[in-house]
Design a protein around this ligand. Structure first.
Ligand SMILES: Cc1cc2nc3c(=O)[nH]c(=O)nc-3n(C[C@H](O)[C@H](O)[C@H](O)COP(=O)(O)OP(=O)(O)OC[C@H]3O[C@@H](n4cnc5c(N)ncnc54)[C@H](O)[C@@H]3O)c2cc1C
Length: 399
């Protein structure tokens, strides 16, 4: 996107080269949105959906090249959009088509794409920059846009080298951690729930308070939980200790209503054992875990022996099943990087470094990341557009 914005602004007056360490450019895009590429979100213009030391930094770029501009540009490039609850996908449901559209536009604009060029060093020279690859190749440029991504999913190209390059140029990097990633939880029972999917809500609890709650499909794994609401919650973890995930298995009902439902079932199903009490309400294994935690140790016990205290205890657990959080999965599983190049060292309107003229940054390498749902790609498009446009303007000395 940065190369396209630079090309459109300069109209052939600047030679633009994309240097890519992988054997193909944009390898991450085909993997996005489960292969469908959720390329923007109706609400992505507001920095409310973004994180970092100063999320407001994102505001100028997000409004300068906003969701409408993004949809317009992509539709000009052939991407017919399909909206699902605010999230936009290509109508083809093929993420590859988004990458193809960008590649074709680069080609039209005469952008040179050099793959297998793994940048080791960017050196500031008197006039411009010298860029050296790990294999010793050198190239020169008047301006450089660092669009190296973060550390998330390094198999797709972004191996954290952008942070090393910027750090060597004197820029500060805020602490990094994987985000939009699965949560690792502590509990012997997790293995027994592995593979079960529920539609519920999960709260992230710190010091007894729910700091964020998200709803949707939650998948239990042998190490913890996964799924869109869980990814979203991971964005809110900020190195706090003693966090807990609090699962609400029946978000549509209050605790009192759940108690009534359980009481009615106990009356109607008194002939059954606890083994089958939850059948038709929850997956059997979830029911067993809830019953066990409510103090009902023997699943061979008869349902008609349930006391009000046990029913209330199970109702409470169904509404707030808390599990201690051990942490998150690592970089290989993360969708984005929390942390990055310190934004107070860059101009949020142009994406240019405040200390090194001609050095620009965009996308995930900066200390900005968004919620799950098209926000991160929108940040990449908006900041990329600003960087490309302003790099061209500064080279051509345009206002
Ligand atoms: C599995 C997955 C699914 C996702 N789904 C979505 C989604 O549906 N919607 C959404 O909004 N976001 C999604 N994201 C997040 C989104 O893809 C990223 O935030 C976005 O791609 C960041 O763009 P970027 O250009 O900053 O970095 P990247 O897309 O990571 O691109 C960086 C490029 O720089 C290259 N590079 C790195 N270092 C060097 C170097 N030293 N020399 C040369 N080249 C280098 C890399 O090889 C790579 O091609 C997803 C992420 C993942 C991993």
């Amino acid at each position: 996107m940065a190369a396209i914005a630079c090309g459109r602004t300069s109209q052939g007056r600047i030679k633009i080269t994309v240097l890519e360490r992988m054997n193909r450019v944009g390898k991450k895009i085909p993997a996005t949105g489960n292969g469908r590429c959720n390329f923007t979100n109706r609400n992505a213009a507001s920095c409310r959906h973004y994180f970092g030391r100063d999320p407001k930094f994102a505001e100028a770029a997000l409004s300068d090249f906003d969701v409408e501009d993004t949809l317009e540009l992509f539709s000009e490039l052939g991407i017919f959009p399909k909206e699902e609850g605010g999230k936009y996908f290509p109508y083809s449901d093929r993420a590859q088509s988004v990458l193809d559209a960008l590649r074709f536009e680069c080609e039209r604009l005469g952008v040179v794409i050099r793959t297998d060029f793994d940048i080791k060093e960017i050196k500031k020279k008197k006039n411009g920059f010298e860029i050296t690859s790990y294999s010793g190749e050198k190239t020169a440029a008047d301006s450089v846009i660092v669009a190296c991504g973060g550390c998330a999913s390094p198999n797709l190209g972004s191996n954290g080298s952008g942070f090393r390059l910027l750090s060597a140029l004197g820029h500060s990097i805020t602490p990094l951690r994987p985000a939009l990633v699965q949560l690792r939880l502590r509990g012997d029972f997790l293995k027994s729930l592995s593979g079960i999917k529920i539609k519920g809500s999960v709260g992230l609890c710190a010091k007894g308070h729910i700091i964020r709650r998200e709803s949707g499909e939650v998948l239990f794994t042998d190490y913890g939980i996964s799924g869109p609401p869980v990814f979203q919650l991971s964005a809110y973890m900020n190195g706090e200790k003693n966090l807990a995930a609090v699962i609400d298995f029946m978000p549509e009902y209050s605790e009192e209503q759940v108690f009534s439902i359980l009481s009615a079932r106990a009356k109607a199903l008194g002939r059954l054992t606890m083994q089958d009490f939850f059948s038709g309400l929850f997956h059997k294994r979830i029911g067993n875990v809830i019953a066990g935690r409510a103090g009902i140790k023997k699943l061979s016990l008869s349902v008609d022996g349930l006391t009000e205290k046990e029913l209330r205890s199970m109702a409470r657990l169904i509404k707030a099943f808390d599990i201690p959080v051990e942490g998150t999965n690592g970089w290989n599983n993360a969708q984005v990087t929390a942390g990055g190049a310190a934004t107070d060292e860059f101009d949020g309107r142009t994406m240019e470094s405040k200390s090194i003229k001609g050095l620009f940054c965009c996308g995930e390498v900066l200390d900005i990341y968004g919620e799950c749902g098209g926000y991160n790609l929108q940040w990449a498009w908006s900041s990329g557009y600003a960087a490309g446009k302003n790099a061209a303007r500064s080279i051509l000395c345009l206002e």
